[in-house]
Write a protein that binds this ligand. Sequence first.
Ligand code: KG4
Ligand code: ZN
Length: 380
Amino acid sequence: MRVLGIETSCDETAVALVETNPWSTDILAQVISSQIELHRPYGGVVPEVATREHLRNLPLLVPRVLKDVNLGLEAIDAVAATEGPGLASSLLIGHSYARALAVALSKPMVGVNHLEGHLYSPFFASRRAVEFPFVGLIASGGHTLLVHALGWDRYIKLGSTVDDAAGEAFDKVAKLLGLPYPGGPEIERVAVKGNPEAFGLPRSFPERDNLNFSFSGLKTAVRFFYEKSARMQPDPVWSYDLCASFQKAVVDVLVRKSIQAVAQARVERMAVSGGVLCNKMLRDDLEFACYEAGIDLIVAEPAFCTDNAGMIAGTAAEKLAAGIEPHCGDDINPNLDLFAPEPHGDMARGLSAAIKLKKRQTGQVAEKSDVLAPGQIEIW
Ligand code: KG4
Ligand code: ZN
């Protein structure tokens, strides 16, 4: 089965074609048109600029992907697009294009959760079959999330950020230090010249059983040292040290909590993704920590950590191949949650029906309390 995937949730226009085989899902072709240069002067993503670029690029990229593999539109078995979360105007372009294409080709249209795409992308990118259970770490500009993935649509949130996302913290600290957008690669570039132990920066939630993240205290501490150092030391070496110390603080927390999450979930596998996973120190430290703890770490090359369409097409293809009914949302949802009530709701409805049936069979009368609300259900 071949699935064409479209990703336009933020500032990358991405298209990919994937093919499922019995062992894994292969990415046949993919293209990404980055808009970073256009947004850089504004210090962040401008939704109107992103929308116009998606609209301009998408009709060029779809034929290019097909041409790269010498295939025509008739070779596509399903069309997938990001349904959310993301910028509403950006999501609308990719989602509407995909729906129109699916209708024109009389093929199924699959709406994919962007976070689910990140969750599985390390598998496709490493040409490995998705294997449950595993712990997923997603660290991007919009999210910092630890997920216990038990099966398709069966996710437990282990931890998430209570304020800024890790990538957002990189972007904000870079802005404070006068570095361009996006801040992550810039801080990494400067940090290699500095001493990561120079500044004693805070690590959030040190308790072992707390898998949440917080980066706002760290950001405030960087601001404090920045203002003090900028006043007292004209030599810019302190700014190299500050970048290195900040990077180390973020990496330490991400690594420690991920290892704790794997222990808590009692799994053997960890899949990591999101733009922050491009960071070499984070990749190296995670690799070392997983090696020491005997954890099978699945990490993609940097091009698959940032937003890409391979993860959208791949997720749709694997779910279709696994017999999961595709979520063919008619509309985008900019606030789509990975732990959305639908699957829990379906499961709750299924359980309620099962309890009622059992009671009827045993001659008991079903009570109101037998009806489970989505929030009441524990996923196993
Ligand atoms: O996954 P992504 O491309 O987009 C979102 O879904 O948010 O992640 C972008 C984020 C940005 O905040 C960027 O600063 C961060 O990933 N990032 C990095 C690095 N490369 C990108 N953070 C730290 N080190 C990097 N090398
Ligand atoms: Zn993303």
